[in-house]
Design a protein around this ligand. Sequence first.
Ligand code: N01
Length: 867
Amino acid sequence: MALNQQSGRVFDAVVVGAGFSGLYMLHRLREAGYSVRVYEAADDVGGTWYWNRYPGARCDIESIYYNYTFSKEILNEWTWSSRYAEQPEILSYINFVADKLDLRRDIQFKTRITAARYNEENRNWEIRMDDGTSVVTEYFITALGCLSSSNIPKIKGLDSFKGEMYHTGRWPHKKVDFSSKRVGVIGTGSSGIQAIPVIAKEAGHLTVFQRTPQYSCPAQNHPLEEEDIRKTWENYDETKQLMRYSQHGVPYGPRMRSALEDSPEERERLYEKAWQEGGLFTLTYNYNDIAMLPESNETAASFIRSKIKQIVHDPEVAQKLMPTYYYATKRPIIDTNYFETYNRENVSLVDIKAAPIMEITPDGIKTTDNEYELDVLVFATGFDAMTGPLFKIDIRGKNDVSLKDKWADGSELKTYLGLATSGFPNMFMLTGPQSPSVLSNMMVSIEQHVDWVADCIDYLREHHLEAFEATEKAEAFWSQQCHAIADMSLLTKTDSWYMGANIDGKPRGFLAFAGGVGLYRIICDDIAARGYEGFTSVLAHDSTDDSKVKEGFFMSNIDPQAWFILKQLESAGAPPMELLTPELARMGDFSLLAGAPEEVAKVENRTIPVPEGEIPVRIYTPAGEGPFPALVYYHGGGWVIGNLDTVDVPCRMLANRAGCVVVSVDYRLAPEHKFPTAAEDSYAAAKWVAENAASIQVDPERIAVGGDSAGGNLAAVVALMAREQGGPSFAYQMLIYPVTNHAYDTDSYRDNAEGYFLTKNTMVWFWNHYLRNEEDGQNPYASPLLAEDLSGLPPALVITAGFDPLRDEGEAYAERLKAAGVPVEVTRYDGMIHGFFWMPGVLAEAHNAINQAANALKQAFSAVKTI
Ligand code: N01
């Protein structure tokens, strides 16, 4: 507080950094009438593009999309000379925008902010500069860039080197002369790979010290015609929208196909085409699972390795250059003649993983097996990413707690949306940790953050709100969400700077939001539209508004992975099922959610007889000697949709894990075949399994029935039918969030009526297609919960999902079974949504539920055996 009183000027907002994000933030806030001051350590605008002047520095996003898009006029006034612009041209663009918008008058250059302290009483920030001055501001906005804190590894003897030393991220303004010199480059990330071919052309000799070989594809850079630029932006609004709602901030995305679906020849053809076309995403966008499935990843990785082998003449050098980590789990790299450079006489490669650097000597580098004399040493060793730039400022929030202590002291990094963090009111982090930022075209992420923050500040002013702060609950949810999403992919399986793994002592954890810029935008907009859910604020002291103090609140305890799936489905914009015809509804493909099918010893498709016809079944037989126990499985889909493929993955998993034959039944669907056809087909299928047990290696004494959703309904009904109609006798019933009653009057129907995958309206639509009339709904073969007597039924497992309209009727059925003396294991998966059982590709809880079901089956089968 004392500091506050001594402070100088007062601003509405202080922005740190005059790169792309700081400049646009200044523009937005100034246009809205706020007083803003930007502080910048450099002597001019540019941020990343001011500092990274190393030879070969250029953009890896096509320049045509590496623009501000907020102003059509600015966009139209600028022309890029090549597909991937070089650093000087990008810096000129930034200068052009700064001039055009007259931004410099509110920027104080050559000033580093050293400390920022929140004053709880005054609800504002005091900002201190390295010249000893300070100012006060209501909003403190960091626009520091994600990669601005250079990492120079602490190698023994570093200061003893007599030659010149440079870091790519702090390159001098004067031209560095490499001619005839012995140059060493440490690091082969994006910076190293851009710099190496250029330095090699000039240097007497270049020695590259490589710790990890990298995948890199050709940029295939070329001059850009004005006509190309004009055409791209002809449909300005549309292109902008495509970029904004995409995965990575470019107006295109991956092909919706698994790499494993194509033949090796077709994959090779597509990868080769991508190699020739060049670009950051071209190769990976051939398929949508390269960053998800190890097998798919390997198809791309091995293609790039084969290219390295072709390009590099010396097989030993080629071998050293071949990466083995999962492709695209570090930032993919595009280059110009990188691998070709190793064919030059004046370039040598040193594998410092095999023979690590021991020390830097006055004359060069000493590794465990050699000494290299150098005149110039270039560190292309990257950055302390995302959190590093924030930690360079002594930022202190409520109770004088420093941000560094909050995050760095072994405790987990926690932000809300990557924009804010609890305990630090009125502080916004542009492209902060846990936002998509570095995983995207930064221009798209920057504009989205700036717009969101500017709108938020407007909202707070309008509503006389102050001390705007993320709640701990919200940031815990978001952080969990970020980890969960990253864990769905291969991104967390590699040591990278995304994981904080490049900095000694930095806590490990994925530092960004990997769900894509489009989904992220939807989430941020959604939160804003709900009155900034997950944030608290208080009424201004001078407010005459007597409305209630705004409380922070936060959604639900839904599992972050499930929430992510819901948001993705929402953003796909598919119409509600009940607005479709059954034929159209059946075309929905959710195979990505199911994940990769695992091998089962034998899978056979065949048809079996049912009254008045035949139906397909798929029989999964596990490895080993039969006879096996069996599970007759009925898929879900409200008796209207779904097929054998929908549950292929869980059926395989159950067969392997429970060691049983799984007979998956494709009963006839409504409305073509209304009640009781599905039930009768299902019963007939179970009887067929019992009667033909020997022919399919099944022990007829150990047969269980099971299913999910409407399939759970059918399994329960088949158990009832068998009891009432003379068998067979089943060892178990496995009911996964079963439909048990034609009624909509439970709490779970009320709480989860919409927003959680299966809606009440869809369920009504299903029932209406299934039943012939209202009376059918009272029939226990449609609504087993209404059966008068449930005694004598097989032991049961009932699994329900917390966020499912069917939760309560499933649990009610379990209770009734128990009351009737049937042994029942009932488990509610609290954070889960309906359908989760067949989503093991994206939900960890699906694996848990499948494992639980398999164990329960195994136990039930062994109990029969011992009788
Ligand atoms: O840094 P990096 P970068 N001893 O961290 C090695 C963006 N960018 O500046 O992989 C020896 O990727 C390290 O080895 P390893 C882009 O997002 C964009 O190149 O940790 N070696 C690695 O080889 C990019 O991802 C463009 O085993 C050490 C290298 O140094 C990000 O910036 C251009 C070491 C560091 O690679 C960072 O790229 C440039 C040590 N102690 C950058 N420490 C565009 O095209 C580290 N290394 C827009």
